[in-house]
Structures are given as C-alpha cells and as structure tokens.
Design a protein around this ligand. Structure first.
Ligand code: PLP
Ligand code: COI
Length: 338
C-alpha cells in the first residue's frame, strides 16, 4: 500500500502474514506458535460459542519516525485481560506471554505496519476463548489464546472531525454485570443499539448508566470525557464501563501537561451544558470529538459540529505524539519492539 492509501484506511480486517496461537490443556499453557492463517478449528460444543466464555483486548503497534516500532502501555492491556479472565473463570495469560505473543505478531507482520506520518497503525487483537466439548453451562477445561492483527486507520469517520451520537434506552451491560470486563457479551448486547444509531445517521450510540438512566456511561466502544467551561476534565465513574487505558492516560496528561482539574464522577445527561467540549476515547477511537449528542427530541451541541475544540486538539496531539514516539512519554508507557 502507498502512504496515501493508509490515510484512508478504516477499521477493517486485512490479510496478514501470521498470527499467534497457544493452547491451555491439563492446567498449563503450551509454548505457543505463529501460524500463517487466521482460521482456527475448535469443537462446535465450545462454551465460547454458546455461552460467551471469552475475553479480548485491543492495542496497537505504532511506527516511529526512525522506522522502529513501539506499543503503548501493553502491560495495562495484559492486566485488564487478567481481570476479564478472572471474571469469566478462565486461566490467566501471564504478562510475559501476552507481551511475547504481541511482539511475535508484530515482527511477523513488520512489512504491514503502516508508515510513520500516515496516522495508521497495526491493531493487535489478543483474545482467549473457552474451547472443547462442553454442553452444560460451566467453564471449559481447555482454552485457546491468540493474537491476530490488522493494519487500521480511523475507527470513527473523519478521524479528528466531530461526530454526532445518539442516546437510546438500550443498555450494553447490567449494573452488576460484566460491563467493566472486555468480554464478548457486552459487545453482542451493543450490536442492535449501534445499528439503530447508524441507521439514523449517527456515528454510534451513547449508553446511560443501566441503573438510573440519568448519567452518561460510555460511547459505544469508547469512554466519554468532557471539558467544562472552567477547565475541568470530567469523565464518568461507573462500574458498568470498561476502564479505558486511553482515558486514564488522558487524565494524566490533562492534569500534568494542561493543568486541568480531573474529576471521575457523575455526568448527568440533563447537565451537558456545563461542557465546552466533549470527546470519545479509546485505542481504536483514539480521540473522536463529540460534536453533538441527541437525546429524545433534544440536541446538545458542544464546541462545534464541524470543528474540534482547542483542548480536545491539545490532548489529541499529546496522545498521538507519545504513541508515535515524537513526544517523551511518562515512565513505563512505551514498549519498544526490539
Ligand atoms: N469502552 C469500550 C466498551 C471499549 O471496547 C473500549 C476499547 O477497548 C474502550 C472503552 C476504550 O478502552 P481503551 O482505551 O483501553 O482501548
Ligand atoms: C479498542 O478500542 O481496542 C476496542 O476494542 C474497540 C473495539 C471493540 C472496536
């Protein structure tokens, strides 16, 4: 692909050279190996297929200006996978195995990692599934851990262009459910509301807290943040949202580099006018400015429906600068692939 094509890359899968795969049997993981296919053979009785016993992660490999490759906070993804595995009664993937698998996949797909300056990256999708013959609702005895990948560009259309989002009555997770784990069931529940939003011309839907439906929880597959008129960075604190590594990174950068006050708390949907700017953040989404939120017959416009606000832009430039190696990162955030 030429550099220009990478600028138009969306969030789709492309063919790659190799993927990593490892099996857990008789209480232990095997060595794991690279395979030149993304097809796997598992029993049709596998509990991952019927009961959703699975968990996944998403992180990216970034090409730096000198051509070398780095990952952004991969140990945080390894830790979150661990928490998801605990929740799903699955064996833990040791942190070293997780990082080694990502590195093997990156090295095997080096020629597919988009060029520096294109804004595109190699998206890595580690996942673990419960496999084997199992009919009752109970955890599997055997597991498969794999890392697949694809070169990707923007998740939301237009990259840093503002998008509009719809608040619906649907929930993706229950108050004491699995919303804070990265597991397939949450995403299965989100397919219908996502489609409703797309059909009505929105980029995605925004979920309210499932208990009271009065507070913002999440933006589809990304976390929400707002910047108030008096320079506070406010983001929802909720047990039903995924703890976003990007969000926690932005909270640090907003405080340390932009001197904003940070609040993880309640974001009432009838008090959106405290915000001058708002955005969705995540590995795939990076930062996508929220131009407008519609709820019922009310429309709430933030900074602008067409232009990104100044603080959102500063946060985006800082985050991308760090992720692509142009800005010095806080200690431990960057993992160079050697
Ligand atoms: N919320 C959901 C539901 C997600 O799927 C993601 C993506 O991983 C995020 C938030 C953002 O999390 P992170 O910044 O760790 O990618
Ligand atoms: C990510 O941002 O890595 C995600 O996992 C979002 C994805 C579900 C599209």
């Amino acid at each position: 692909m030429v550099k220009e094509d990478y600028k138009n890359l969306g969030f789709e899968c492309r063919e790659t050279n190799a993927n990593y795969i490892s099996y857990f049997k008789d209480g232990k993981w095997d060595e794991g190996k690279l395979k030149d296919t993304d097809c796997i053979t598992i029993s049709a009785f596998s509990p991952a297929l019927h009961y959703g016993q699975e968990a996944f992660e998403g992180l990216k490999a970034y090409r730096r200006s000198d051509g070398s490759i780095q990952m952004f906070r991969p140990t945080e993804n390894a830790k979150r996978l661990r928490r998801s595995c605990e929740r799903m009664l699955m064996p833990l993937v040791p942190e070293e195995k997780f990082i080694d698998a990502c590195e093997q996949v990156i090295k095997a797909n080096m020629d597919l990692i988009p060029p520096y300056g294109s804004g595109a990256t190699l998206y890595l999708r580690p996942f673990i599934i419960g496999v084997g013959r199992n009919l009752g609702v109970k955890p599997a005895k055997e597991y498969l851990f794999s890392v697949i990948c694809s070169p990707v560009g923007s998740y939301f259309k237009g990259g840093l262009a503002p998008n509009k989002f719809l608040i619906t009555d649907f929930d993706r997770a229950a108050p004491n459910g699995t919303g804070d784990s990265k597991v397939g069931g949450n995403y299965a529940a989100s397919l219908w509301p996502h489609q409703v939003a797309l059909d009505k011309g929105y980029a995605d839907c925004i979920y309210l807290d499932p208990l009271t439906h009065t507070k913002i929880d999440e933006v589809g597959a990304a976390n929400f943040f707002g910047i108030t008129r008096d320079n506070k960075f406010i983001t929802p604190k909720s047990s039903s949202i995924l703890p976003s590594i990007t969000k926690y990174s932005l909270m640090y950068l907003a405080k340390e580099k932009l001197n904003l006050e940070i609040i993880e708390g309640e974001v009432f949907v009838d008090k959106l006018d405290i915000f001058a700017e708002a955005g969705a953040c995540g590995t795939a989404a990076v930062i996508s400015p929220i131009g407008r939120i519609d709820v019922g017959n009310k429309q709430h416009v933030f900074y602008s429906e067409t232009e990104v606000g100044p603080i959102t832009r500063k946060l985006y430039d800082l985050l991308m600068g760090i992720q692509f190696g142009d800005i010095e990162a806080p200690e431990g955030w960057i993992h160079i692939v050697k």
